[in-house]
Design a protein around this ligand. Structure first.
Ligand code: G3H
Ligand code: 13P
Ligand code: ZN
Length: 310
């Protein structure tokens, strides 16, 4: 058992019409919730860390924890840099044992995105590490999100981009967005499956990635708010749309917000129900358990990846 790249995972996921969940981790309890969920469902999983997570916990702590999770669970795990901003961050992660990196040049103009991505690919591939990159723009967490504000991926440009950069997987924009406020309250969510279909047709067998794919469970939000939180108008991607994408060319689905909501709901509930508690293992343990429950639900209802380790 080892830290592995996503190559084999994606090959199996594409053929099996399911996706691998990529869950963001920042500390021990989140990691344990994720890997315990994957283990319970006998599912492959990707553990990913943003540059914010790397600043928060340090690449060495993160890598050592994830490597330990491989030994504890007996599951091969991919350790992925999420939204790598530059080559220096990519190098830091590769030097510290990450097996997969994302370089996010989606905010640069096209030619600059190609050039910077290619530089990352040359470096990462020389070190046995796979690369995800992005084309198109997802509406941001703090933006007043509506479908019109996304810059959807152009399928022909996707073909050109993959050819010129040599990346291993591509994140596309089809209407998902980051954070807990993906759509205005009375907006009917929709994803551009026509774009995904064209990308799939033009890039056969090529793994596609969806970012910003949390479903934003109303129950988790309600629990946060019941116990003193103030999260108004949160709205995510409908689960059935994600499951449809995972049965197509989408091989990796990124979720972070749903884990944050689960952790916060469980911690708030513990404090609310048991004000005498001050042992961090009690409230963080409750968060860990809720995250495991959420991850198991994702594997069953969003990803379709249960028993993918067989
Ligand atoms: O897509 C972004 C992830 O949710 C990571 O967020 O940069 O706050 O760690 P973060
Ligand atoms: P969510 O904010 O929808 O969980 O998306 C997370 C993500 O895309 C991480 O890269
Ligand atoms: Zn993302």
């Amino acid at each position: 058992m080892a830290l592995v790249t996503t190559k084999e995972m994606f090959k199996k996921a594409y053929a099996g019409k399911y996706s691998i969940g990529a869950f963001n981790i920042n500390n021990l309890e989140i990691l344990q919730g994720v890997v315990n969920g994957a283990k319970a469902k006998n599912s492959a999983v990707i553990v990913q860390c943003s540059s914010g997570a790397i600043k928060y916990a340090g690449p060495k702590y993160l890598q050592a924890m994830v490597k330990t999770a491989v030994e504890e669970t007996g599951i091969d795990l991919a350790l992925h840099l999420d939204h790598g901003p530059d080559l220096d961050t990519v190098k830091l992660c590769v030097e510290n044992g990450f097996t997969s990196v994302m370089f996010d040049g989606s905010h640069f103009d096209y030619d600059e995105n190609v050039a910077k991505t290619k530089e990352v690919v040359d470096y990462a591939h020389a070190h046995g590490v796979v690369v995800e990159a992005e084309l198109g723009v997802l509406a941001g967490v703090e933006d007043d999100v509506s479908a019109a504000e996304h810059i959807y991926t152009d399928p022909d440009q996707a073909v050109d981009f993959v050819g010129k950069t040599g990346i291993d997987s591509l994140a596309i924009a089809i209407g998902t967005s980051h954070g807990a406020f993906k759509f205005p309250p009375d907006f009917k969510p929709s994803l551009r499956f026509d774009i995904l279909e064209q990308v799939q047709e033009k890039l056969p067998d090529f793994p596609i990635v969806l970012h910003g794919a949390s479903a934003v469970d109303p129950e988790a939000v309600a629990t946060c708010n019941k116990y003193g939180g103030n999260i108004a108008n949160a709205k995510g991607i409908p689960v059935d749309m994600l499951r449809k994408a995972s049965s197509m060319a989408v091989c990796k689905i990124n979720m972070d917000t749903d884990l944050r909501l689960a952790m916060t709901a469980a911690v708030r509930k513990t404090f609310g129900d048991s004000p005498e508690v001050f042992d961090p293992r009690k409230y963080l343990g409750a968060g860990r358990d809720y995250i495991q429950q959420v991850v198991e639900g994702k594997i069953d209802n969003v990803l379709g990846s249960a028993n993918s380790l067989n």
